[in-house]
Design a protein around this ligand. Structure first.
Ligand code: ACO
Length: 350
């Protein structure tokens, strides 16, 4: 957990310089994260699945994952991470202008997880809504926050990536059960003061619905046939075409990363650290190779968290700022691809 001193709030929009008005920037002012207490190791999984620590480490780079307690719900994880971010910044929930929660595992299909979070934080009647873009959801949320702040519609936005994936995994399916973990990461996005060199420099988000079937929960939505409604079948759990997702992740994250640095008029050589979505170490190795950057410049938490979907980037940001792998002032490239497929990239000076 790491924060900056709270930014002064000033009136007025934009920056007035010799008659010129510049659009205000947004910046990541503070971060927080939460991982449930219970740790499930690969050996724990091998006790009831036909798998092994060696297979999981070799194919994914994952050593363990955190799994929420039975009485924890998604908004609890989100609230714990959010309180840490608010505390790090020294600001109250009442000062928020908006809450965006990125999740595909809300407490219930309706209402949004974000309104439950708003209530738990005591954040007042600010708009609170969910973004459903799976592993790319946090970057979609960050982009929305950035756009609102640039447009003058908000000054302080809480963006949370949170997943309780252990509840939507088929624990008897070794091809998916070993991959995922639970967790939450929160960032406070604020309007930067004029002249502050930090801030979000570019955002790009995309979706390609032609790949929707590569990673989905087939049951439970409005497309479910009437005869199957209410059946607690395996269709109600995550289904994945692993190699299709692998290829799409490498391609999408490579392209959007290059696109977003180009949008800022920069190249990958201008980036200090890479904080990608963390699904699988082999995807990240392929990404580093295609970008021609050393993997050592990636901030990784995958080994101990598994794939936490929308939470993976904000958890890595928070961990990196806490343990010194990330420093304020560094330029960081975040990129992600997830179910949809949806993918995005955000370039920011921390
Ligand atoms: N333990 C042991 N063996 C396993 C396991 C397991 N947990 N899972 C699969 N296998 C077996 C398969 O059954 C298969 O056996 P077979 O040869 O007898 O048929 C063998 O291992 C190879 O299976 P593949 O699916 O070909 O293995 P692959 O090398 O593709 O690795 C994996 C599978 C790890 C899922 C890989 O495809 C992958 O990482 N895909 C990306 C998917 C992903 O990360 N999704 C997360 C959500 S999306 C995102 O976050 C980007």
């Amino acid at each position: 957990m790491r924060g900056l001193r709270p930014l002064q709030r000033s009136q007025g929009r934009g920056r007035q310089d010799a008659g010129l008005t510049t659009t205000p920037r947004s910046l990541i002012a503070a971060t927080g994260s939460y991982l449930p207490e219970r740790v499930v190791t690969n050996d724990d999984l091998a006790a009831f699945l036909d798998t092994s620590d060696a297979w999981i480490r070799d194919r994914t780079g994952i050593g363990a994952r955190h799994v929420a307690a039975d009485d924890e719900v998604t908004s609890d994880l989100a609230a714990a991470a959010s309180r840490r971010a608010l505390e790090a910044a020294g600001v109250s929930a009442a000062s928020l202008d908006m809450i965006v929660t990125a999740t595909v595992t809300p407490d219930s299909p309706m209402p949004a997880c974000a309104v439950r979070l708003q209530h738990k934080l005591g954040a007042g009647k600010v708009p609170a809504f969910d973004v459903s873009a799976a592993c790319a959801g946090f970057l979609f949320g960050l982009t929305i926050a950035d756009q609102f702040i640039r447009a003058g519609g908000a000054r302080r936005v809480l963006v949370v990536g949170v997943e309780l994936l252990s509840r939507i995994i088929d624990w008897s399916d070794r091809t998916t059960a070993v991959l995922f973990g639970d967790g939450a990461g929160a960032v406070l996005v604020e309007r930067a003061e004029p002249g502050d060199p930090r801030g979000i420099e570019a955002c790009r988000i995309h979706s390609d619905g032609s790949l929707a079937a590569a990673l989905e929960i087939p049951a439970g939505g409005s497309a479910e046939p009437a005869t199957e409604r209410g059946l607690a079948a395996r269709r109600n759990k995550v289904h994945m075409l692993g190699q299709d997702v692998f290829r799409a992740a490498v391609r999408g994250m490579t392209d959007v990363g290059q696109e977003v640095v180009a949008a800022a008029g920069l190249t990958l050589n201008d980036v200090d650290r890479f904080v990608p979505h963390q699904a699988n170490l082999r995807i990240l190795q392929a990404l580093a190779e295609r970008w021609a950057v050393p993997l050592e410049r990636f901030v990784l938490v995958l080994d101990e968290t598994g794939n936490t979907s929308s939470a993976s980037i904000p958890i890595a940001l928070d961990r990196g700022l806490s343990d010194g792998r990330l420093c304020r002032g560094q330029r960081v490239l975040m990129s992600a691809l997830g179910a949809g497929v949806s993918y995005g990239g955000v370039l920011a000076r921390l």
